[in-house]
Design a protein around this ligand. Sequence first.
Ligand SMILES: [Zn+2]
Length: 116
Amino acid sequence: MVFAEDLNLKAMSRGMLCKHTLDAGFGQFLNILEFVCWKRGVYFERVDPNLTSQTCPKCQTVTGKKELMTRVHSCPECGYTTDRDVAAAQIVVQRGVVAVGHTVQASGGIGLRRSL
Ligand SMILES: [Zn+2]
Protein backbone atom coordinates (compact mmCIF):
# COMPACT_ATOMS: atom_id res chain seq x y z
CA MET A 1 0.00 0.00 0.00
CA VAL A 2 1.21 3.47 -0.84
CA PHE A 3 -0.29 6.62 0.59
CA ALA A 4 0.47 10.19 -0.45
CA GLU A 5 -0.78 13.57 0.63
CA ASP A 6 -3.45 14.86 -1.71
CA LEU A 7 -1.60 18.14 -2.16
CA ASN A 8 -3.36 21.20 -3.49
CA LEU A 9 -0.60 22.29 -5.85
CA LYS A 10 -2.43 25.36 -7.09
CA ALA A 11 -2.77 26.69 -3.55
CA MET A 12 0.83 25.77 -2.74
CA SER A 13 2.09 27.64 -5.79
CA ARG A 14 0.60 30.80 -4.31
CA GLY A 15 2.14 30.19 -0.90
CA MET A 16 5.57 30.05 0.68
CA LEU A 17 7.17 27.77 -1.89
CA CYS A 18 5.67 29.77 -4.76
CA LYS A 19 6.15 28.45 -8.24
CA HIS A 20 8.89 26.02 -7.15
CA THR A 21 6.17 23.49 -6.40
CA LEU A 22 5.05 23.60 -10.03
CA ASP A 23 8.60 23.56 -11.43
CA ALA A 24 9.45 20.52 -9.37
CA GLY A 25 6.72 18.50 -11.05
CA PHE A 26 5.18 17.25 -7.80
CA GLY A 27 1.84 16.72 -9.50
CA GLN A 28 3.39 14.68 -12.29
CA PHE A 29 5.40 12.64 -9.80
CA LEU A 30 2.22 11.69 -7.93
CA ASN A 31 0.46 10.78 -11.18
CA ILE A 32 3.36 8.55 -12.26
CA LEU A 33 3.51 6.99 -8.79
CA GLU A 34 -0.21 6.24 -8.96
CA PHE A 35 0.20 4.69 -12.41
CA VAL A 36 3.14 2.50 -11.33
CA CYS A 37 1.17 1.30 -8.31
CA TRP A 38 -1.81 0.48 -10.52
CA LYS A 39 0.41 -1.42 -12.96
CA ARG A 40 1.98 -3.46 -10.18
CA GLY A 41 -1.25 -4.10 -8.33
CA VAL A 42 -0.21 -1.96 -5.36
CA TYR A 43 -2.94 -0.08 -3.52
CA PHE A 44 -2.48 3.69 -3.84
CA GLU A 45 -4.49 6.36 -2.07
CA ARG A 46 -4.26 10.10 -1.62
CA VAL A 47 -5.12 11.30 1.88
CA ASP A 48 -6.14 14.59 3.46
CA PRO A 49 -2.96 16.73 3.63
CA ASN A 50 -4.25 19.12 6.33
CA LEU A 51 -1.97 19.45 9.38
CA THR A 52 0.12 16.37 8.56
CA SER A 53 3.22 18.27 9.69
CA GLN A 54 1.47 19.70 12.75
CA THR A 55 -0.05 16.60 14.28
CA CYS A 56 1.68 14.19 16.68
CA PRO A 57 1.53 10.64 15.29
CA LYS A 58 1.63 9.19 18.82
CA CYS A 59 -1.14 11.16 20.56
CA GLN A 60 -2.78 13.15 17.70
CA THR A 61 -2.17 16.48 19.48
CA VAL A 62 -1.95 19.40 17.05
CA THR A 63 1.43 20.85 17.95
CA GLY A 64 1.25 23.97 15.78
CA LYS A 65 3.01 25.19 12.72
CA LYS A 66 6.72 24.40 12.32
CA GLU A 67 9.10 26.67 10.49
CA LEU A 68 10.82 24.98 7.54
CA MET A 69 14.06 25.22 9.53
CA THR A 70 12.57 23.12 12.33
CA ARG A 71 13.47 19.58 11.31
CA VAL A 72 12.36 17.76 14.45
CA HIS A 73 8.89 16.92 15.72
CA SER A 74 8.85 17.07 19.50
CA CYS A 75 5.45 16.69 21.13
CA PRO A 76 4.84 18.80 24.25
CA GLU A 77 2.00 16.45 25.31
CA CYS A 78 3.48 12.95 25.05
CA GLY A 79 7.16 13.70 24.47
CA TYR A 80 7.34 11.78 21.19
CA THR A 81 10.34 13.05 19.25
CA THR A 82 11.34 12.17 15.70
CA ASP A 83 12.28 13.77 12.39
CA ARG A 84 9.46 16.07 11.23
CA ASP A 85 9.15 14.32 7.89
CA VAL A 86 8.98 10.92 9.58
CA ALA A 87 6.21 12.23 11.86
CA ALA A 88 4.27 13.63 8.89
CA ALA A 89 4.68 10.34 6.98
CA GLN A 90 3.37 8.44 10.01
CA ILE A 91 0.25 10.65 9.98
CA VAL A 92 -0.21 10.01 6.24
CA VAL A 93 -0.02 6.23 6.82
CA GLN A 94 -2.50 6.43 9.71
CA ARG A 95 -5.00 8.38 7.58
CA GLY A 96 -4.50 5.96 4.69
CA VAL A 97 -5.13 2.93 6.87
CA VAL A 98 -8.29 4.56 8.27
CA ALA A 99 -9.48 5.30 4.70
CA VAL A 100 -8.84 1.67 3.69
CA GLY A 101 -10.86 0.53 6.71
CA HIS A 102 -13.76 2.71 5.58
CA THR A 103 -13.53 1.28 2.06
CA VAL A 104 -13.77 -2.25 3.38
CA GLN A 105 -16.65 -1.47 5.74
CA ALA A 106 -18.64 0.82 3.47
CA SER A 107 -18.18 -1.25 0.31
CA GLY A 108 -17.68 1.76 -1.89
CA GLY A 109 -17.63 5.49 -1.42
CA ILE A 110 -14.54 6.56 0.41
CA GLY A 111 -11.30 5.26 -0.97
CA LEU A 112 -12.52 4.14 -4.36
CA ARG A 113 -9.62 4.25 -6.76
CA ARG A 114 -9.66 6.99 -9.32
CA SER A 115 -9.50 5.71 -12.87
CA LEU A 116 -6.43 6.82 -14.80
ZN1 LIG B 1 2.21 13.51 21.21
